[in-house]
Design a protein around this ligand. Structure first.
Ligand code: NG6
Ligand code: CA
Length: 522
């Protein structure tokens, strides 16, 4: 009798176990299949000009970024994470191709009419992912050139993102301060009226068209330097544009516009492994927060658009969560270059900055070879896969190409892009040992705890943006471990270290090139 009881009990418990595991298997919410683990979705969220000190988790005290902080705190936050360049185009080039931007002489701040600078035969992150079965999209800022020469904005614009690997693209061509001020979806200007064709010129104005310099009465935002060509929505821009009235974007709606598209993209493609490159336009100039965010930071439009960007990221994450995708999506957040306060408009950014330090403890800013030019906020997040933490490992956006390839089982890599998947996932602290950084065609070197900046002609400070560029007649050598603010130049006191740095730098970069273009902010 006892034996039968025992047998019955064990049969019941086996049944229960089987039933409960069956239940797990049929609930679509909780199932993560083997292939999903192998092919997680990948999202890169890329801010424009966000500095090292502009998130709470990176030490900001005057500005609140609760959504970014939450994400960074739940993921792996890098203290030595680098953009490849101190300006936009070169950093984006390196991010997508895994190639140092200084290897391509066209990788510099581009006008809105510049041709595409990525060779359509070249490999890119979306192309590599496509071979592994991914669908790829870009939503937001492009700034890598379009077409091959004279773009006709009234026909399909090609080559562009769709020709370098993106299956879907919804972009602004260059920057928010450059014409054409229209959205472009898969090569077509959105809302273009064929009876009001678009013409763009960066050299001369179109007859009868108002400009910032001639029509100050039409401006709602005044230009400080440059930015005095065509006026769109009361904001003077770089470059001249005619026509396309119905297609022109509303600056204050841009964050909502791209957010809605990024959310829709996720919903549409959640059934397949997808890659999304979500390139935010904030806090680049012109800073035009939606009225919901005006005054929210107490720091004027620059702070307000950072608050707006933080909100946008929060909303986007909510969508991933609602779609049940958070456990199956690797998120990478970073910025294309360091911060600038006044970048060409009178927008109260200096007056209302208060105690905020956009670069945190770092020296310099956007355009600079000092640390603040390229050391930026950088974190990875993957719910349940990446343990929360902080990593001091040196990583560059350049490394995403080879590391993401390793993640999805691709053997592709480039010489410049280090495969650091375990570092990005928090399984290893062994980042890169050395890195060449770039700023407006000049380069410098980081190795171990040391930073070396070769001598460059040119002003020490750009007085328009009030940023120290790091130009000097002699070599500079800093130990970042003890001197993160780069105040103590050891080039003279430590000649052995200096020589070691120069030798290692030249092994990658070649001997110093004297043909350096001077930064010209018009
Ligand atoms: C500069 C612009 C600046 C910004 C920058 C590009 C002037 C005076 N300044 O030339 O406002 O647009 O280019 O920024 O025109 S980036 O983040 O896209 O590299
Ligand atoms: Ca930028």
């Amino acid at each position: 009798m006892k034996k039968i009881k025992l047998l019955l009990l064990s049969i019941i418990s086996i049944l229960l176990i089987t039933l409960s595991s069956c239940k797990e298997k049929v609930n679509p919410e909780t199932v993560i299949t083997e292939s999903q683990y192998k092919n997680p979705n990948i999202v890169i969220i890329y801010a424009d000009d966000l500095g090292y000190g502009e998130m709470g988790v990176y030490g900001a005290t005057e500005l609140e970024t609760p959504n970014l902080d939450k994400l960074a705190n739940g993921g792996l936050r890098f203290t030595n994470g680098y953009a490849s360049s101190a300006t936009c185009t070169p950093s984006r080039y390196a991010l997508l191709t895994g190639i140092y931007p200084w290897r391509n002489k066209n990788a510099k701040i581009l006008p809105g009419t510049a041709p595409l600078i990525i060779d359509t035969a070249q490999t890119t992150i979306p192309k590599m992912l496509k071979k592994q079965g991914y669908y790829s999209g870009i939503v937001g800022k492009w700034h890598l050139g379009l077409g091959t020469g004279n773009v006709n904005w009234n026909e399909r614009i090609s080559p562009g993102p769709n020709e370098v690997g993106f299956d879907y693209s919804h972009i602004l061509a260059a920057t928010q301060d450059r014409v054409p001020t229209v959205y472009i979806e898969n090569g077509q200007v959105v809302n273009l009226d064929p009876n009001d064709p678009i013409a763009v010129d960066y050299d001369k104005n179109f007859e009868g068209e108002p400009t910032g310099i001639e029509n100050p009465e039409m401006l709602k935002m005044k230009w400080h330097h440059g930015h005095n060509n065509s006026i769109v929505n009361g904001i003077p821009r770089i470059g001249f544009m005619k026509g396309g009235e119905a297609a022109k974007w509303v600056d204050e709606d841009m964050a909502d516009y791209f957010l809605a598209d990024a959310q829709e993209y996720v919903k549409k493609h959640k059934g397949e492994p997808f890659f999304l490159y979500y390139a935010l336009q904030q806090p680049h100039v012109p800073r035009t927060p939606h009225p919901r965010f005006v005054g929210k930071s107490g720091m004027g439009p620059r702070g307000d658009v950072i608050v707006e960007a933080d909100w946008v990221v929060g909303e986007f994450i909510k969508t991933l969560e609602a779609e049940g995708l958070l456990e199956n999506t690797l998120i990478v957040f970073s910025s294309d270059n360091g911060p600038v306060v006044n970048d060409g408009y009178y927008d109260d950014s200096e007056e209302k900055l208060g105690n905020h330090q956009p670069a945190g403890p770092l020296r310099g800013g956007k355009y600079s070879l000092f640390e603040a030019g390229t050391r930026v906020p950088f974190f990875t997040y993957w719910k349940g896969k990446i343990s929360p933490g902080v990593s001091d490992a040196m990583v560059s956006q350049l490394d995403l190409f080879s590391s993401l390839a390793a993640l999805v089982g691709s053997a592709e890599s480039t010489d410049d892009s280090k495969e650091l998947l375990d570092v990005f996932l928090g399984k290893s602290g062994a980042g890169r040992n050395e890195l060449v950084i770039e700023a407006t065609s000049r380069t410098a070197f980081r190795k171990g705890d040391w930073a070396m900046i070769p001598p460059y002609k040119g002003p020490a400070v750009n007085t328009q943006v009030k940023i120290e560029l790091a130009n000097a007649s002699d070599y500079q050598l800093y130990n970042l471990d003890e001197d993160i603010a780069q105040q103590n130049n050891q080039a003279n006191s430590n000649p052995e270290k200096l020589q070691e740095m120069i030798t290692a730098y030249e092994a990658i970069r070649g001997t110093q090139n004297s043909e350096i273009e001077q930064l010209e902010l018009k």
